[in-house]
Design a protein around this ligand. Structure first.
Ligand code: BEZ
Ligand code: FE
Length: 278
């Protein structure tokens, strides 16, 4: 038994763990305690700063609800969500890269006919999104579900504006046939701020950071026998591409936006998704 000392603080705490602690929990908690104590020593944390941090975390918890997850937002703006995503989704060259999931996905969106229009509010610049879902060998994947969602032309997801936007606006699921092709009509997405009226927004402001994400279309692509792909395609040339508030941009995910076919959509954005076997 040892009493707490500043010099051996982390070791003292970790020595209390019981012998029956699950091995992975013991590993994770011991490392967390070591890093947390090293952090406080590194910055010589003052009592006032500790109280500010506790108050910040308290407000972060208090604003959370069924519709609002401020802790995930905090993880996102600290680049932590993207780090965990990167650690868990290392893929071979040629496979489509993952990026952050975000809080605005809604499960069980309507399954729509190939080519259908997901933009139900009549706003925005029309865009045809099309391409193929392929294996890494280039073979088309039949029966893949391409689940898509984006903001509307005002920069809001339907779930942020219930009663203002039609339900399922800019959302849908598309199932590929034997050719692996998907296509749907939507709008050219616009950049928008992440929810910044809470503690995370206050923190960004204090750090001189803006809350914007560059324009993107979200994709969740799943197929039996393949790893789940959570990704976006980004609109090239967006002002916020190099300063995404949640660090989600990857070079390989910037998609072309070309003029659409006359009489159809204003824009066309082709993109193939390449999945890796489980
Ligand atoms: C999004 O792209 O929908 C998103 C991602 C992270 C935080 C907030 C929004
Ligand atoms: Fe988004």
């Amino acid at each position: 038994m040892t009493y707490f000392t500043e010099a051996a603080s982390a070791e003292t705490v970790n020595a209390r763990m019981g012998p029956d602690t699950a091995p992975r929990l013991a590993e994770v908690m011991a490392s967390l305690v070591r890093h947390l104590h090293a952090f406080a020593k590194d910055v010589q944390l003052t009592q006032g700063e500790w109280e500010t941090a506790i108050a910040f975390l308290t407000r972060t918890g208090q604003i959370c609800s069924g519709e609002r997850q401020e802790f995930i937002l905090l993880s996102d703006v600290l680049g932590f969500s993207m780090l965990v995503d990167a650690i868990n989704n290392r893929r071979p060259a040629g496979a489509t890269e993952n990026t952050v999931f975000g809080p605005f996905h809604v499960a069980d969106a309507p399954i729509r006919a190939m080519g259908a229009n997901i933009s139900l509010d009549g706003k925005g610049e029309s865009c045809l999104f099309e391409g193929r879902v392929l294996g890494i060998d280039g073979a088309p994947i039949e029966g893949a579900t391409v689940d898509v969602w984006s903001d509307n032309a005002d920069g809001f997801y339907d779930v942020q504006q219930p009663g203002i936007q039609p339900k399922w606006n800019n959302r849908g699921r598309f199932i590929t046939g034997a050719d692996g092709r998907y296509s749907f009509r939507g709008i050219r997405p616009v950049s928008y701020p992440i929810p910044d009226d809470g503690p995370v927004g206050q923190m960004l402001a204090q750090l001189g950071r803006h809350p914007y994400r560059p324009a993107h279309m979200h994709y969740l692509v799943t197929a039996p026998g393949f790893q789940k792909l959570v990704t976006h395609t980004f609109v090239g040339g967006d002002t916020y591409l190099t300063s995404d508030a949640v660090f989600g941009v990857k070079d390989s995910l910037v998609a072309p936006y070309e003029p659409g076919a006359p009489g159809d959509t204003l824009w066309r954005s082709p993109f193939d998704f390449v999945l890796v076997r489980e």
